[in-house]
Design a protein. Structure first.
Length: 351
């Protein structure tokens, strides 16, 4: 088998391992859960054919790890791919998670495979050597080119999905971190005098490298959106991601968005003004009314195309996302984060 094909096969195995171990803290997946959190999973066994269970690490209170079935090439191992999207999950704080496909360090890595397929030895400090777990663990090596004449930065690790705040706080893109995030910046939405940033890739895609081991980033848009505007405007009603389709859901069987009564248009991105006076119809997520142009006019404290983003209004008239705790059954502990990394590295070691 040629090296490239072999490495891709290995990455698929790593993705299966890194999807989650199904530990005792994982609540069983049932129809009640899927009604508010489409595509939620504990392991890839919970997903349909062609999908893998992918985890996103977050620093939000009560939301440490989120998992969702993702179709196609996913962010894992040595592959820079897609992460989950939570733009239609409930409760609302899930929607504040902004996934980034990060090349994260693997502290217990003893040898690494670089972009050329060569196995290189890992140099570690005495402190790292003393705390590293025993065993011949293999990961991958990413080289960040110099931006100021200094030596290139080499990182030994794996690709995995993390929230933007973790990516920034840990500078997981080395000296390119801010540039990478800026390349995936979303638009600003204004409703009722409140301006809110719609998040990376406008909540309709993943911020990821242009290709594996690249320092340059771009948006990987969900089907039905275009990279030309960082996944902002809906270009069609097709879908391939559970966490899209606005207030509706993606019908994986047909690949089309199914909109609830009161929502219309591609990706259920518009409201139906003829339904404003219907008492049995919930308009604009119940947090606003529908304008004659099919755009939601949100109540104070809410913003976004469907008034689905809860915001805090400050003295300048701008806003920021409000982070509230999620139900404990829906999240994993910090221990499961460690298990995720360990499972992935162990899988990578089977070379």
């Amino acid at each position: 088998m040629q090296l490239t094909a072999w490495m891709l096969t290995l990455a698929a195995a790593v993705a299966a391992q890194s999807s989650g171990s199904g530990s005792g803290t994982d609540a069983p997946i049932n129809e009640v859960t899927l009604a508010t959190q489409p595509g939620k999973c504990n392991t890839s066994k919970d997903c349909k054919t062609g999908f893998q269970c992918v985890a996103v690490e977050s620093d939000m209170t009560g939301v440490k790890m989120l998992r969702q079935c993702v179709k196609g090439v996913v962010c894992s191992g040595n592959v820079a791919g897609a992460c989950p999207s939570f733009s239609n999950w409930k409760p609302e704080n899930y929607r504040l998670v902004e996934p980034v496909c990060a090349f994260a360090p693997a502290p217990n890595c003893n040898s690494a495979i670089n972009a050329q397929g060569q196995v290189v030895q890992v140099r570690r400090s005495l402190k790292e050597t003393a705390t590293a777990k025993p065993g011949n663990v293999t990961c991958y090596q990413m080289t960040y080119p110099s931006v100021d004449g200094s030596d290139p930065v080499k990182v030994n690790g794996i690709y995995r999905c993390v929230d933007k705040k973790i990516y920034l706080s840990q500078s997981l893109g080395s000296t390119y971190t801010q540039k990478q995030i800026t390349s995936c910046a979303g638009n600003a939405s204004t409703s009722g005098g409140v301006s809110v940033n719609l998040g990376l890739c406008n909540g309709h895609g993943s911020c990821a490298p242009t290709n594996s081991f690249s320092a340059e980033y771009k948006c990987i848009c969900s089907t039905g959106y275009s990279i030309n505007d960082n996944c902002f405007n809906a270009t069609g009603n097709t879908c391939d991601t559970y966490g899209q389709c606005g207030l509706g859901n993606c019908d994986i069987a047909t690949g089309l968005c199914k909109c609830p009564v009161g929502s219309i248009g591609n990706q259920c991105s518009l409201c139906d003004p003829t339904m404003n006076n219907k008492t049995d119809v919930t308009m604009c997520n119940g947090k606003g009314s529908c304008g004659i142009d099919g755009q939601c006019v949100c109540n104070s404290g809410y913003a976004g195309a469907n008034c689905a983003t809860k915001v805090k209004v400050n003295s300048t008239g701008s806003s920021s996302g409000s982070k509230t705790a999620a139900p404990s059954a829906a999240v994993a502990t910090h221990a499961s984060i460690a298990l995720l990394g360990a499972a992935t590295i162990v899988a990578a070691a089977m070379l």
